[in-house]
Design a protein around this ligand. Structure first.
Ligand SMILES: [Zn+2]
Length: 462
């Protein structure tokens, strides 16, 4: 089965998710890749030989396609060292970094180079990058140059992003961007909230203060639905590819289903926090739960689960978007109690995302391999990384030892992301990440830097 040269690692498990199915396996690794898969007790000459205890299963690492690292420029919110350590602790072996809220935003090759320089020496999981499409870089050649430099696609906002250096596209500019990307079959990933609907809603129901229900009323379902309709129209007009980020409102599911049935190239993600929390249980002033679009009601949450199960929603990604504690609780009378109008909008959940979704899935009778499909295989397919999201010969040796029945209570002070604030503090989740290997190397505080990824079809070396 194996040639004579010594291997780097073999991981043996009674239950390993190999090419989508469960089996007993020894997963043999050399030079960062899986080179053979044998029986549990096969003899393998390897430097490191690990046998998982019976309560652990071996999974492919999570590929989190939606992470805001914020370095350089806002490293005090989140940096590559802390974000990638949080990722590894949560079983995430690849992150794809968003083009904001770093300074500069990743809207030019020069800015991408600055991101890569910051990430390279200190990241312990693999890191890829999204570019950004903003009014100022449309039609300038920047998008094609970023594409050729290896970004996985381009993020655009349809409403204000929250930071001045990343302005949103108008509906007309959305069409222009999609047409420009269609020239090289680039992917547009969209924050879908409509600014006119937002303005109308906030005029009718201002979001000010600590009341969570007022915040939700200021960003009603129709804000998302209208923006998604604009994305669908632009797809129809241009033949392009688009991905709707962080779907919160289940009212858009019918529109998405119809667009997919028409053959439009549309994919959709939702996030662990929309699947875990609900408006009925978020207290006033609890701005650690503030994100845009907002976490809605319990009935809506159940419809999102159904949308995932029936395939209308393709993937789940964390949208880890941290800030400092002071910003996250801005406007409040004390730390830990904020004003929803002025607090930073973004959930810190990278380290907990897989376990949060598994906890909810398990309660609803959904299998672990289905969750892996949403958060690992599906997200790898979204960004176009064929060697990730699966355990199989030739795949990257991105592996997670996971105890799927072990309860954990979240303590924010134990988490690795930079600022100790998360919507999941005190949450009771099921599932413990016992070990994470990135390219066959055990991820941990002393792990060597991981790889910076480029889109494989560029022909550039990672
Ligand atoms: Zn985001």
């Amino acid at each position: 089965m194996l040639d004579a040269r010594r291997h780097d690692l073999v991981v043996r498990a009674r239950r390993a998710l190999v090419d989508g199915g469960w089996r007993e396996a020894s997963v043999v690794v050399r030079d960062g890749r899986v080179v053979a898969i044998g029986g549990l007790a096969d003899e393998v000459d390897a430097t490191v030989d690990v046998t998982l205890p019976d309560d652990q299963v071996l999974l492919p690492g999570v590929v989190d396609s939606h992470v805001h690292v914020n370095e350089p420029g806002r490293t005090e919110w989140e940096g590559f060292a802390t974000a990638t350590r949080a990722a590894a602790a949560g079983g995430v072996t690849t992150i794809v970094d968003m083009p904001l809220n770093s300074i500069p935003p990743t809207t030019s090759v020069d800015a991408l180079d600055q991101k890569r320089a910051a990430a390279g020496p200190q990241s312990v999981v693999d890191v890829g990058f999204w570019g950004g499409a903003i009014p100022a870089n449309l039609g300038t050649g920047d998008l094609r140059a970023l594409h050729e430099a290896g970004v996985f696609g381009f993020k655009a906002f349809l409403s204000p992003s929250g930071v001045d250096e990343f302005p949103h596209l108008s509906t007309e500019q959305l069409h222009v961007a999609m047409a420009e990307l269609a020239d090289f079959d680039g992917l547009l990933i969209v924050h879908a909230e409509d600014p006119e609907r937002l303005d109308a809603a906030s005029a009718a129901a201002p979001a000010g203060g600590a009341a969570y229900d007022a915040f939700v009323r200021s960003r009603p379902d129709v804000v998302e639905l209208t923006a998604i309709e604009h994305v669908v129209e632009a797809l129809r007009a241009t033949g392009g590819r688009a991905h709707v980020l962080h779907l919160s409102s289940a009212t858009a599911l019918d529109t998405i289903r119809a667009a997919k049935a028409d053959g439009l190239r549309l994919t959709v993600e939702t996030c662990p926090h929309y699947l875990t929390f609900d408006a009925e249980h978020i207290g006033d002033g609890a701005t650690q739960f503030k994100c845009c679009p907002p976490i809605r009601g319990e009935a809506n949450r159940e419809l999102l689960w159904q949308g995932l199960v029936d395939g209308t929603i393709d993937v789940v990604a964390s949208d880890h978007s941290p800030s400092t504690r002071a910003l996250k609780f801005a406007g409040g009378s004390d730390a830990g109690h904020g004003d929803f109008d002025v607090a930073w909008g973004g959930i810190s959940g990278l380290e907990l995302s897989f376990r949060a979704v598994w906890t909810g899935a398990r309660q609803r009778g959904i299998a672990l391999e289905t969750v892996v499909g949403w958060m690992s295989r599906g997200t790898a397919a979204l960004v176009g990384l064929p060697t990730k999201g699966r355990i199989g010969v030739g795949a990257d040796a991105d592996l997670v030892a996971f105890a799927p029945e072990t309860p954990v209570t979240v303590d924010v002070d134990d988490l690795s992301h930079r600022n100790p604030v998360t919507a999941y503090d005190d949450a009771r989740l099921i599932g413990e990440v016992a070990a994470t290997w990135v390219g066959g190397r055990l991820a941990g505080p002393s792990a060597p830097p991981a790889r910076l990824l480029v889109r494989p079809d560029t022909g550039l070396a990672s």
